[in-house]
Design a protein around this ligand. Structure first.
Ligand SMILES: [Zn+2]
Length: 133
């Protein structure tokens, strides 16, 4: 059976209620290459691209290619691809965990302006400001 290696497009929902992310995956290497979101257009790896790399879909495709391999050369190549997808998946999961930890370190502190606003509740001044820990 011929193994198709055309580019894939996997979608993930927006976190902010915007347009869904359309992540293009290289069909040959099963590696996310780009995303249609603003971050993706600037070359920044967005949460959707990480989600695709960390998820089970690419691993299942790599396994399918390995299972369909015919001959030693194809078997070696597909096993190498599977290993690369596993390593990419692990790296994406590590990055997701790193970003999650960074988000959890962000805390809110009461500023002098916030204290003043609390003292005068009718004021519309911001009460707290996000500060990275
Ligand atoms: Zn994106």
């Amino acid at each position: 059976m011929a193994i198709t290696t055309t580019a894939l497009v996997l979608t993930r929902p927006s976190r902010t209620g915007g347009l869904e992310h359309q992540v293009t995956v290289d069909g040959e290497t099963l590696t996310p290459e780009s995303c249609t979101c603003k971050a993706g257009q600037r070359g920044v790896v967005c949460h959707a691209a990480l989600s695709v790399a960390a998820g089970p879909a690419l691993l299942a495709l790599a396994h399918e290619r390995w299972a369909q391999s015919c001959g030693l050369d194809e078997l070696i190549a597909s096993a190498g691809l599977y290993g690369r997808v596993v390593r990419n998946r692990r790296a994406a999961q590590t990055e997701i965990a790193r970003r999650q930890a960074r988000r959890e370190q962000t805390r809110y502190v009461l500023t002098a302006k916030g204290r003043a606003a609390i003292a005068k509740p009718e004021s519309a001044a911001p009460v707290a400001q996000a500060v990275a820990a």
